[in-house]
Design a protein around this ligand. Sequence first.
Ligand SMILES: *[C@@H]1O[C@H](CO)[C@@H](O)[C@H](O)[C@H]1NC(C)=O
Ligand SMILES: *[C@@H]1O[C@H](CO)[C@@H](O)[C@H](O)[C@H]1NC(C)=O
Length: 322
Amino acid sequence: MHALMLVPYDLVWIVVEAGGVTNETASIIAKSGLRTIHVGFSQRMPNSWEARHKLESRMRLHALRIVRKEKLDGVVVFADDSNMHSMELFDEAQNVNWIGAVSVGILLHSDESSYMVQSEEEGASMPVQGPACNATDKLVGWHTFNSLQYTGRSAVYIDDRAPVLPRKLEWSGFVLNSRLVWKDVDGKPEWVKDLDKFDGVDEEIETPLSLLKSTSVVEPLGNCGRQVLLWWLRVEARTDSKFPSRWIIDPPLDITIPSKRSPWPDAPPELPSNEKVLTNTQEQTNKPSTRTKSPRSRRSRSKKKHDTKVIGVQVSTYSEQN
Ligand SMILES: *[C@@H]1O[C@H](CO)[C@@H](O)[C@H](O)[C@H]1NC(C)=O
Ligand SMILES: *[C@@H]1O[C@H](CO)[C@@H](O)[C@H](O)[C@H]1NC(C)=O
């Protein structure tokens, strides 16, 4: 939300909420002061990552249907709660003709040191998803995330203590001209499928590439993908998290004061065979009255945004997981 608030273009934020719209989400997005379109999606967020990713794709498609119905005019950016954006992304998005792709840096978190060792051997390079170009800056393929090294070791359910892997290509790595999804518009390329084709078969859509008959039309943006314009890191609160409960902190926190030093210890705390880590960290570094907001206990929110003129975001707040 804060990234969107900084975007220096006329912007509409489309929020699709799993399980139906709630007042809590409405009040949060209202605080952005942005023009928003907040709609519900009847299905609730499922418990497994696989099912969740699928539902999120369907929710994004739902947002595109709104773009089509309302004839929203501009560039669609798929923002996500799992993303950190460089503001340059929103400038670069202006250059898209029909559909463009940018590079997404993948920040995998894991709590097993073996993964870290592994990545050190590989030079600790950050995996990047995005368009691959040849020497003459023409799209020749995709850099995708290699999940093989995580086979059998990645999170299946949202509270698994294991790395959460990105999709092969994340939606957030694409931007598109909203007219691509409009009905009956002059000059619309014939290589794009009609959105109506997906009615009832939403599951077939995995990324914006599913909308195309040929992927060779994708325009590589950000210096042909060499510039990473956003990052991906997926974190979700455990289903049994108690804070914040229904977005309300009750009783309210006492006064909040800045801590004298970073609440994060230099050496990582011993990792968890139980759930006490956060508590320990706070106790060992903070004075009693200092409360640091608990690290990103974001509820199962997953949004998607868009920028420039059109923004579609899907927030699925409380997935009560069933
Ligand atoms: C949500 O807000 C509307 C309008 O303020 C109100 O009428 C409704 O009762 C609220 N719903 C819940 C569940 O709080
Ligand atoms: C790059 O790809 C384009 C399109 O496939 C091709 O026409 C061009 O010759 C390629 N350039 C090089 C240097 O391979």
